[in-house]
Design a protein around this ligand. Structure first.
Ligand SMILES: Cc1cc2nc3c(=O)[nH]c(=O)nc-3n(C[C@H](O)[C@H](O)[C@H](O)COP(=O)(O)OP(=O)(O)OC[C@H]3O[C@@H](n4cnc5c(N)ncnc54)[C@H](O)[C@@H]3O)c2cc1C
Ligand code: MET
Ligand SMILES: [Zn+2]
Length: 617
């Protein structure tokens, strides 16, 4: 039997889940390791699928790549596990079914999980291991990221003439992440030479049928569909369980066939009973030859109201722009905080920046304080957002909330890890990296959610990001900066710097960029404060002159204050000469320090204007 000939003629039935079936049998470790330790168990499952009517058996090699096996210390076993996986399926198939080598995606829903070069290397290793065992074809599945699937499909097509099934996974009906339509994705995969293109996992039959309704029959390739048992697994006693309704699954297979599916199998939650139901429902039904497409209306995204007010990044390109960080209090009560905010506003500060639980310790939500500030002093704060406290759902809801409140100036940062804060046992979420979150905010500005779903309107976020010049190789930090700009960052706030030479270095290293930089300056408050920063804050070193000056104040708070301010003014002078943006960090809610520095910056600027005008006259 030749796979391609059969596919031309009839509908082929795939098998069902391997992973979730093992999981429901109580196996909660590395499924692929069983190819070595318990090949009989895997063979039994393959045999059950064969018995149920599957024409194609997939090897138990879904996650058998270097990175996934490394989690279990099995990275040296890539070749053995893949080879055995094919051999076990071959034995179970017993000449009655096609044996396809399964290769799952390396990235999950985040592009930042692994870079493409790393994926290439580990894909090749898995591919070559499988090819040694002569499978009848390959199935590339559960690819949320089309970029990854296109890349590995190209490699596979280049290396072998075997039939290839290429399956993407949808975020929601008809759409892949980044808002790519299923139809577009399948056309791209067909163009790269896949024999069958389609969808697997995440969605159940209902959403898969709806998705296929929008997809025409491919010209050269065939459609393949491997739905989950249902779209909504239940969480029972700490385990995910799929409602097992094989008859419904079988009935759905007929509808999938009516939408042109030529290969129909099952993904997570499906069992040999589901596949038997598919076999029974399909009988010897012939594939369809043509179909009508349903064209769903593409939701129009409202263009945001054109803003008359300049964003901070736009302002900082043209004129002096002062930001002052004033951290939300750790205790209830905002009297002192409000007093500070008002004083800073009066001192001519352009925006107060509100940290998001800085140093990973709980503080009054910056959304609450931002809303109050906007209402009471009429100036728009800059809202820090970390990737630490919210998962991908929370972050998107947070962004929609900020837009609704009109808090559109945001600073996207990774966030200090929970380990360093007041609750070291708390989880650091990090679903997204700072790069991903910057891209997400930019996507919101285009009116699209993470999965590319319309938000109905565009948001108006102005995106700032963090720049850390306190590292050994400044050019590395500049490279990160350039990557953040490519993701959508429109300005940068730096970590505090403590020497004028560092300000000069940053200027030299970044002068090729036209993205404004707000140079971070924090007044030192005491000798102890200076020594702590020098010795305990990673990456930051104070020049000897600064440490000596602070030490000379001894325990006298008035002298220490004066020294701290004098040092900060010197830094401000060096920064103001080179950068229009200045970012002052208020230590310990001592706003009178940053108030004084803000006034100083305005005075020096005014004096300069007066001098210039005098010179011109
Ligand atoms: C202006 C500013 C505001 C901040 N506000 C907050 C806040 O509100 N709440 C809060 O919890 N934290 C805040 N932080 C802290 C910040 O989130 C941490 O310092 C974090 O470790 C770095 O975040 P990032 O977004 O700058 O780093 P990213 O550029 O996203 O880097 C993340 C991690 O990558 C690594 N990395 C960075 N640079 C390099 C490099 N050159 N080479 C190799 N690895 C590198 C580091 O481990 C770093 O921690 C702020 C920092 C800055 C500069
Ligand atoms: C996570 S998608 C499922 C992958 C594989 N086909 C399995 O059933 O285990
Ligand atoms: Zn699945």
């Amino acid at each position: 039997m030749n796979f391609r000939d059969e596919l031309q003629k009839r509908i082929l039935i795939g098998d069902g889940a391997m992973g979730t079936l093992l999981y429901s049998n109580g196996i909660d470790n590395c499924y692929e390791e069983l190819n070595i330790t318990h090949p009989d168990r895997i063979e039994t499952i393959h045999s059950a699928y064969l018995e149920a009517g599957a024409d194609i058996l997939q090897s138990n090699t879904y996650g058998a790549n270097y990175y996934k096996l490394k989690r279990y210390g099995l990275e040296e076993e890539v070749s053995t596990i893949n080879r055995k996986g094919i051999a076990i399926a071959r034995k179970a198939a017993n000449g009655k079914a096609f044996v396809f080598g399964t290769i799952g995606a390396s990235r999950s829903f985040r592009k930042s999980d692994l870079d493409l070069d790393e994926i290439k290397r580990c894909f090749r290793e898995q591919l070559y291991s499988q090819l040694i065992e002569n499978p009848d074809g390959l199935i590339l599945e559960t690819y949320y990221d089309l970029e990854e699937l296109e890349m590995v499909l190209k490699i596979a097509r280049n290396e072998t003439d075997l039939p290839i099934i290429a399956n993407v996974s949808l975020h929601e009906t008809s759409y892949l992440q980044e808002g790519i339509h299923l139809n577009e994705a399948l056309l791209r995969l067909e163009a790269l030479g896949a024999d069958a293109v389609g969808v697997n996992c995440h969605l159940g039959p209902h959403h898969m049928i709806r998705s296929l309704e929008e997809v025409p029959l491919p010209k050269k390739a065939f459609l393949s569909v491997y739905p989950n048992a249902s779209s909504l697994p239940e969480y029972v006693d700490g385990r995910f369980v799929y409602e097992a309704v094989p008859d419904y699954f079988g009935y759905s297979a007929v509808n999938l066939r009516n939408q042109g599916a030529r290969i129909i199998g099952g993904c997570c939650g499906t069992t040999p009973n589901h596949i038997a139901a598919v076999k029974k429902a399909l009988g010897n039904i012939a594939p369809i030859k043509e179909k009508k497409i349903i064209k769903r209306k593409v939701e129009v995204i409202e263009v945001a109201v054109k803003e008359t007010k300049k964003g901070l990044y736009e302002k900082a390109k043209l004129e002096r722009t002062i930001l002052v960080e004033l951290d939300p209090p750790k205790k209830l009560g905002i009297k002192e905080f409000m007093k500070g905010a008002k004083a800073l506003h009066k001192a001519g500060v352009d925006s107060i920046t509100l940290a998001d639980n800085s140093l990973a310790s709980p503080r009054i939500s910056n959304v609450a304080l931002g809303t109050i500030l906007k209402k009471e002093i009429g100036s728009e704060p800059l809202m820090h957002i970390t990737c630490r406290d919210r998962n991908m759902i929370g972050l998107q809801s947070h962004l929609m909330g900020l837009q609704t409140l009109g808090l559109n100036e945001v600073l996207v940062v990774t966030g200090d890890p929970s380990k360093i804060g007041d609750f070291p046992g708390a989880t650091s979420v990090y679903d997204l990296s700072s790069f991903d979150l910057i891209s997400l905010v930019k996507q919101f500005n285009e009116g699209l959610s993470y999965s590319g779903k319309s938000l109905g309107k565009r948001t108006n976020f102005k995106i700032a990001a963090a720049f850390n010049p306190n590292i050994r190789h400044l050019h590395k930090a500049v490279e990160r900066m350039e990557k953040k700009i490519a993701c959508g960052a429109q300005s940068f706030l730096t970590q505090p710097v403590f020497s004028t030479s560092q300000i000069e270095d940053v200027y030299e290293a970044t002068k090729h960029l036209d993205t404004p930089i707000f140079m971070g300056i924090m007044p030192l408050t005491s000798t102890r404060n200076a020594e702590f920063i020098h010795n305990e804050v990673p990456g930051i070193k104070l020049p000897d002159t600064v440490r000596k000056a602070m030490a000379s104040a001894g325990n006298d708070p008035i002298k220490a204050r004066a020294e701290g301010i004098a040092i900060a003014k010197e830094l401000v002078d060096a920064a103001a000469e080179r950068f229009k943006g200045i970012y002052l960090i208020t230590p310990f809610l001592r706003f009178e320090l940053t108030e004084e520095l803000s006034k100083y910056i305005r005075e020096v600027d005014n004096k300069r204007v007066v001098e210039l005008t005098a010179n011109e006259q």
